[in-house]
Write a protein that binds this ligand. Sequence first.
Ligand SMILES: [Zn+2]
Length: 182
Amino acid sequence: MASIFGHAATALTATALIKRKVNRTKLNILAIFCASIPDADVLMFRFGFSYSHWLGHRGFFHSIFFALFLAILIKVIFYNKYKWSGRDCWLVIGFFSLMTISHGVLDAMTTGGRGIAFFSPFDNTRHFLPWRVIQVSPLGAGRFFSEWGIAVLKSEFIFIGIPCLLILAVNKVVNLIKPPVA
Ligand SMILES: [Zn+2]
């Protein structure tokens, strides 16, 4: 995994790009939740599922199908006012799907672990992206507070933090030139 900081930074950068008048706190919390929750699948080790099992770490819970399922659940629970036939409903589902998929995409750029089963449960093949530049984060929070954790944060600042800051800066400039409609 990338660390929770890398996933949260990605989520908050994405929500900052949304110009619509929405409940920002709810949006930010749900976006961070989606971008981080796939790693809850480390619990599957405790239930006896191996890393390579389709329900194991970086398996189904890191897939695009889980992302879609989670986004639909979020729409039903938190954005139920949007009708299924309306555009906003599908924008909500699309956005939270992307937030969840962003987790797997960042993981697929890490230096360690196994690849991501993006197409699970239909195809359990594990995938990495060609650019594996992000230092993999330790699985336990305890091990994060070490030299390994510092190396992870440095790597994530370069490969996640700086791109996020650049995107936010460009967004700011664009908003100055063309302010968002209230
Ligand atoms: Zn992960």
